[in-house]
Design a protein around this ligand. Structure first.
Ligand code: FE2
Length: 260
């Protein structure tokens, strides 16, 4: 199975990801070694540190794709943004400064502030969904608001959102609590795809191969294939099924009984 990565910071020199082209090409090579064939490049946009305008990301992605081809790295990249949730989001949509995850402007990779789910998030989701836009919530398992009240995630999916889980969260890189919540979100069918959110070779690596191997082991190959198919459908602007979701609080804890 060739993997699709929907969230990644390897476009060189635009945010806190790859510093320069040399590092970006090494990260791209690492992605290929993980079995990744397609990457949506999603530099931070409209958070407190970075503005990466649509036009610039499109140009830089085309340049990076050319560099990949000339280096013989078999990776297809697409321009995207990790869009931070702010009160200005609708303005950016209206002024055409948002890159969606698909060419048809349906799916929007949306990052909530790390420490909370803001009060106005529901209104913003309503404004977006009523315009035919589906927010894909980036790494909800790492958000303190969802950690405190995981069932909020069910509510957001019922409002029309999808989610994307970070592969390294599932592998425990962000600690036990984040790992456990990731596992529960998956059990509740509230996780739709893995993405790496890769930034570098230290803490923020790809780990897609490892996460998919664990997903096959824990949930079976059909679930793993569905995750990758969902990622493909998001990139292509096609439907993703959300009909089977459960509240996280309804997920039964696995009990382990000893042999004696
Ligand atoms: Fe990110």
């Amino acid at each position: 199975m060739k993997l699709i990565d929907l969230h990644c910071h390897i476009l060189p020199g635009v945010d806190d990801g790859a510093k320069d082209q040399t590092m970006a090409l090494k990260l791209a090579q690492a992605a290929v070694e993980q079995g990744i064939s397609h990457i949506l490049l999603t530099p931070h946009h409209m958070d407190s540190h970075y503005l990466n305008h649509k036009k610039d990301v499109i140009e830089k992605t085309a340049l990076f794709q050319r560099a990949l081809v000339s280096e013989g790295i078999p990776l297809k990249v697409f321009p995207g943004q990790e869009v931070h949730l702010t009160g200005n989001l609708l303005d950016a949509v209206l002024t055409n400064d948002i890159l969606f995850m698909d060419a048809g402007n349906r799916y929007l990779l949306l990052e909530f502030p790390h420490n909370e789910v803001p009060e106005y998030a529901e209104d913003m989701v309503f404004e977006l969904t009523s315009r035919g836009i589906t927010p894909v919530i980036a790494h909800p398992e790492r958000n303190l608001g969802f950690q405190k009240k995981p069932d909020k995630l069910y509510d957001f999916v019922k409002m029309g959102c999808l989610t994307q889980l970070t592969s390294s969260s599932y592998m425990g890189v962000f600690g036990d609590k984040v790992q456990e919540l990731t596992e529960k979100i998956i059990k509740a069918n509230l996780g739709f795809a893995f993405a790496s959110d890769a930034h570098n070779f230290e803490g923020r690596r790809f780990m897609m191969k490892e996460a998919f191997e664990k997903l096959v082991e824990r949930e079976g190959s059909a679930v793993a294939e569905q995750f990758n198919l969902n990622a493909k459908n998001i990139l292509n602007g096609e439907d993703v099924d959300t009909s089977d979701v459960k509240r996280v609080s309804n997920v039964k804890r696995k009990r382990f009984f000893g042999l004696f």
